[in-house]
Design a protein around this ligand. Structure first.
Ligand SMILES: Nc1ncnc2c1ncn2[C@@H]1O[C@H](COP(=O)(O)OP(=O)(O)OP(=O)(O)O)[C@@H](O)[C@H]1O
Length: 261
């Protein structure tokens, strides 16, 4: 039985003027799975996620959501399709508390046109509970007082609150210590277990091998291969990242473009 991907990229091209950044990129992300997106500096990862998030328009190819091709016209359009990107710098407002951050720009109001604090507080707490988050003491805590791991937790829980279908995490553990990294990786898995298609952009091979179900490797703007995690060793993934091919896998750069997952 084949499962319909939540997101599929088919032959995506993107250039900036004369700079050809993405060439014929294919990628598949399934609901309930973590799809890692890896590649060396400048391979095109950020450009790719910005294309999915509607920040860049693709030049050619298709973005297919739940089986239907869609021209993503901007970030708002992407959000309506259920895409949420959690950037490394998080874009949380330090001077606001957790509830205010989770509802920023999308506040709930009562019939009397006042902020519905009770309902927002309840929903924020529910989102954290859904992900079994126990590290945050109060949803009324100011974000400035949270640790790096707790901030990631809030940013990820926000995607649960807004029922995102595709959550793209950009280097979520880059600034974290060992214990907090473990907590965030657990959270990434739980997010996928809730049926979200998670795309994890990471340079950290330990993280990738620990949580990914599938790994897409970009090499100089081409998808060198997308492979199941259980079918590869870390060494093979590193080879794909650095050389665009892995002899052991029998995948050449040309042959493997769009390789089956
Ligand atoms: N707006 C732009 N104009 C011109 N070139 C760009 C633009 N954005 C990205 N590039 C180029 O596209 C290539 C891919 O960059 P991108 O940031 O997508 O790579 P990356 O894989 O995310 O790298 P890193 O891991 O270092 O963040 C780079 O050569 C970069 O210089």
């Amino acid at each position: 039985m084949t499962t319909q991907p939540t997101l599929e990229l088919r032959g995506v091209d993107k250039s900036f003027g004369p700079v050809h950044v993405l060439s014929s990129v294919n990628l598949t992300a399934l609901s309930g799975e973590v799809t890692a997106l890896v590649g060396d500096n400048g391979a095109g990862k950020s450009t790719l996620i910005k294309c999915i998030g509607g920040i860049h328009r693709i030049d050619a190819g298709e973005l297919v959501f739940d089986g239907t091709p869609h021209v993503v016209t901007g970030p708002r359009d992407a959000a309506q399709l259920g895409v949420e990107i959690v950037y490394q710098d998080l874009a949380l407002a330090d001077n606001l508390d957790i509830v205010q951050n989770m509802f920023l720009g999308r506040e709930k109001v009562t019939g009397l046109h006042t902020l519905d604090e009770n309902s927002m507080e309840k929903l924020a707490r529910q989102a954290l509970t859904t992900l079994s988050v126990r590290t945050v003491r109060s949803v009324r805590q100011q974000v400035a007082s949270l640790s790096g791991g707790q901030r990631q937790t809030v940013a990820i829980a926000k995607s649960v609150l807004w029922q995102s279908k595709i959550v793209i995490l950009d280097e979520p553990t880059a600034a974290l210590g060992v214990a907090q990294t473990e907590q965030v990786l657990d959270l990434v898995r739980r997010l996928a277990e809730h049926g979200v298609a998670v795309i994890l952009v990471s340079h950290n091979m330990n993280d990738v091998m620990k949580v990914a179900d599938s790994i897409g490797v970009l090499f100089l703007g081409r998808m060198a291969a997308q492979v199941r995690r259980e079918d590869v060793t870390q060494t093979q993934v590193v080879e794909l990242i650095t050389a665009g091919r892995s002899g052991d896998l029998g995948l050449s750069r040309e042959e493997s473009t769009g390789a089956a997952i």
